[in-house]
Design a protein around this ligand. Structure first.
Ligand code: XMP
Length: 509
């Protein structure tokens, strides 16, 4: 495996994903782990990530790397490269000219294994405020651009390299080649990290971990992660996996029945719990978004706990946690802030004395999908948009009643079905309708109406952290609006949300 030491760059996860795309397993560790990193046989190489810091600043990350350098191949990227130069006694200074964006390699040492197969004029992506002015003795330049003399270097006598550009972004056109050179040729990593290999080893690990008579409980949501976790566990332990799928009354139209049926079709042992009235009762009179989230989360735990207690011999709680939730985030420039409290089954394992098993905790989202496809998960679940745990509860602004849920479910279904019919569903990352707490005047036939407004939201995104509103065709939006207003009695106005995140969020609450 390969270790990526994270110095807080926004691109660290992207490096990991590129390496996984080469079918090589890698892990991200915060730079603070560097001193404890024991270079054993199974660590084939280390990558030092970029950072928003400058090596010249007081308090900038500067871990001792002496036990790593020279023992395994090391690649410093941007800050990582500057750190290598700085620690060796080189000079790192603020760049005098702009070094952001596209650049072209003007000179390139073709004999350097790191650059094998790359070309002069190759486009690389720069993003740094500091530049390496002088290199320590024994550090040799292997690539330059017209503006950046030290675009890449190699430390003589050891497999240590530094590069000032970012090979992980697609704008570095031969970046993948460079990473391949490092990971496969220089580190000698096996390219065996495939979905099939993952399934085999995960199933074996699950069988070894979970006792032979232990029962495992898993909360299913109809989403990709929990569904893939279920299939994997099912393959490992069969009917000793007990899936629990709760209808909180805030799912999409007809979703409870459809998803339950899909799970049954896959042979999974799943109990559907129709608990809508309990959720509506807990939500009565609440209109503050966080209060609604808490009420939904609390009720979910009550319902889930009750169902789980019916399973005799339950020893494990499985969760569909994925790698981005696990990576310890590095905060080098102030603490990370939680903007909304995202609900999960927190507190449940302790309360029920269950051990936690998380079969997907090393996978990125795209890998979860690949594994799901390998396990035969139907496309309808595999390619489903993300859907928030509190569901329509945070898409009905203000207080929630069953009537409002029904109204929103019908409007939302028109929107989603038309997205699918027009082949637009897969082109947006997430979509849905919001029921606004306003009424507006309209006219239908000869009659004046005073009814509700629905806002449509569709975004493009990679991970939900940032998002752009989807530029859906006007004709399509016209059709959705017409159909909602004609078919959903109680809605007489449809608007389209054209805000990006940030500063807006994807959900309205
Ligand atoms: P925002 O609205 O923060 O949403 O831009 C980003 C992503 O998170 C989802 N989301 C939630 N998911 N519980 C969840 O499980 C929540 O309380 C919650 N709030 C937002 C949202 O749907 C989007 O995918």
């Amino acid at each position: 495996r390969l270790i990526i030491l994270d110095f807080g760059s926004q691109y660290t996860q992207l490096i990991a994903r590129r390496i996984r795309e080469l079918h090589v397993f890698c892990e991200i560790h915060p730079f603070t782990h560097a001193p404890n990193l024991v270079i054993s046989d199974d660590i084939r190489g280390v990558i030092l990530s970029g950072s928003p810091c400058s090596v010249r600043e007081d308090g900038a990350p500067n871990p001792d790397l002496s036990h790593i350098l020279g023992r395994v191949p090391v690649l410093g990227v941007c800050y990582g490269a500057q750190l290598l130069a700085y620690q060796g006694g080189g000079e790192v200074l603020p760049a005098t000219i702009r070094e952001y964006g596209r650049a072209r390699l003007a000179e390139l040492d073709h004999s350097a294994p790191l650059l094998a197969g790359m070309h002069v004029e190759s486009q690389v992506w720069m993003s740094h405020g500091d530049t390496i002015k002088t290199l320590p003795a024994g550090y040799n330049i292997i690539a330059s651009t017209p503006e950046v003399a030290v675009a890449a270097f190699h430390i003589a006598g050891q497999p240590t390299y530094g590069i000032q550009f970012h090979p992980e972004v697609t704008h570095s056109t031969e970046g993948k080649q460079l990473l391949r050179n490092f990971v496969v040729e220089i580190c000698g990593c096996d390219q065996s990290w495939t979905p099939e290999h993952f399934v085999d080893s995960a199933v074996e690990a699950l069988r070894n971990t979970i006792g032979e008579t232990d029962q495992v409980i898993l909360g299913l949501s109809g989403g990709v992660d929990s569904s893939v976790a279920a299939l994997l566990l099912h393959r490992a332990i069969g009917p000793r996996l007990h899936g629990i799928f709760v209808d909180n009354g805030l799912l999409r139209k007809d979703e409870f029945a459809a998803v339950l049926q899909a799970y049954e079709g896959l042979g999974l042992n799943v109990t559907g719990v129709a608990a809508a009235p309990e959720f509506y009762k807990a939500l009565e009179g609440l209109s503050d978004p966080e209060a609604k989230r808490k009420a939904i989360g609390r009720t979910f735990i009550e319902v889930f706990d009750r169902e789980a207690h019916k399973v005799e011999g339950a020893a494990w709680l499985a969760q569909g946690t994925i790698y981005p939730d696990v990576i310890e985030s590095v905060s080098v420039k102030g603490p990370a802030v939680t903007i909304k409290s995202h609900h999960n089954v927190g507190g449940l394992p302790e309360k029920m004395h269950l051990k936690v098993v998380e079969p997907l905790r090393m996978l990125f989202k795209d890998e979860v999908r690949e594994v799901g496809a390998t396990l035969g998960l139907p496309g309808e679940i595999l390619n489903r948009h993300p859907f928030p745990g509190p569901g329509l509860g945070i898409r009905i602004l203000g207080d929630i009643t069953p009537e409002k849920v029904d109204l929103l479910q019908r409007a939302d279904a028109v929107f989603i079905n038309l997205l699918k019919q027009h082949d637009l569903y897969q082109h947006v990352w997430q979509a849905g309708a919001m029921l606004l707490p306003v009424q507006s005047v309209g006219v239908m036939g000869d009659e004046r109406t005073y009814e509700r407004v629905v806002a449509l939201r569709a975004v493009t995104s990679v991970d939900g952290m940032t998002a752009d509103w989807a530029h859906l065709p006007y004709e399509f939006l016209a059709e959705v609006s017409n159909k909602i207003i004609n078919q959903v009695r109680g809605i007489n106005r449809v608007v389209y949300d054209i805000s990006s995140k940030p500063p807006a969020t994807i959900e309205w609450e």
